[in-house]
Design a protein around this ligand. Structure first.
Ligand code: C5P
Length: 220
């Protein structure tokens, strides 16, 4: 493990939120900064991999040696990631994909006066689960890494996702606690693999979490 151990590997990383437009100017999204995914992509590149990042709308910066595919919605991210998957050795799905999208109102900006009695309802439909679809089409020799942001029962939910989505490694983190999850430069994670290993790490800067995740991948 360490510098150069990903030389010759093609690594795909998804990162950031997705944005699901409702009208011409409003959307459903979340506060993912893309920092964890950017750290993973940068670390893989520093270790010699050829890295492609599929990036939702966020400010995260990536080294210039990484190919970047910019997307907005979950369906665009799905299409881009699935197209790249057959050519990848390892995929790391760090993006905070919006599970649902509003049924669009239209390209015009919604006018407040259109709402009946001051109330407005939204209908939502389900987005594709990118990780699940990639797990189902995984070939032998490919390594799939999933993430799970949970607010409770971390290890239990994470173990179910590891198996249910056919991942090789699952990185779970608590959200809604200080120093971990969205919009922080640090993360506190639990790592689970198919060999039954489970590790919980202290709060660490995201670049160090990324480096240690690649260390673990080299053991799989
Ligand atoms: O089931 P849950 O959304 O918690 O799973 C999280 C993992 O699945 C993350 O790796 C995330 O990137 C991925 N995911 C996805 N497509 C979705 C929802 C989640 O790829 N629609």
């Amino acid at each position: 493990a360490g510098p150069g151990d990903l030389a010759g590997k093609r690594v795909l990383v998804t990162l950031g939120p997705t944005r699901e437009m409702w009208d011409g100017v409003r959307f459903l999204s979340n506060s993912s900064s893309g920092a964890m995914g950017a750290a993973l992509a940068a670390a893989a590149w520093l270790r010699g991999a050829e890295v492609t990042a599929v990036v939702g709308p966020c400010e995260a910066r990536l080294p210039s040696g990484i190919s970047v595919v910019r997307v907005v919605s979950a369906r665009e991210m799905h299409e881009a990631a699935l197209a790249l998957w057959p050519g990848a050795n390892i995929a790391c799905l760090t993006a905070a994909v919006s599970d649902f999208r509003p049924i669009p109102y239209g390209a015009e900006k919604f006018k407040k006066k259109t709402a009946q009695g001051g109330q407005l309802g939204f209908d939502l439909e389900e987005n594709p689960d990118i990780l699940l679809n990639m797990g189902q089409s995984k070939k032998s020799g490919q390594t799939l890494i999933g993430f799970a942001a949970e607010t409770s029962s971390l290890a239990e939910n994470a173990r179910a996702k590891l198996v249910g989505k056919n991942c090789d490694l699952l990185v779970a983190n608590l959200v809604g606690v200080p120093e971990s999850g969205f919009e922080t430069s640090t993360n506190r994670i639990t790592l689970l693999d198919r060999a039954g290993r489970e590790e919980s790490w202290p709060v660490l800067p995201k670049p160090e979490v990324a480096w240690r995740i690649w260390d673990h991948v080299s053991l799989l």
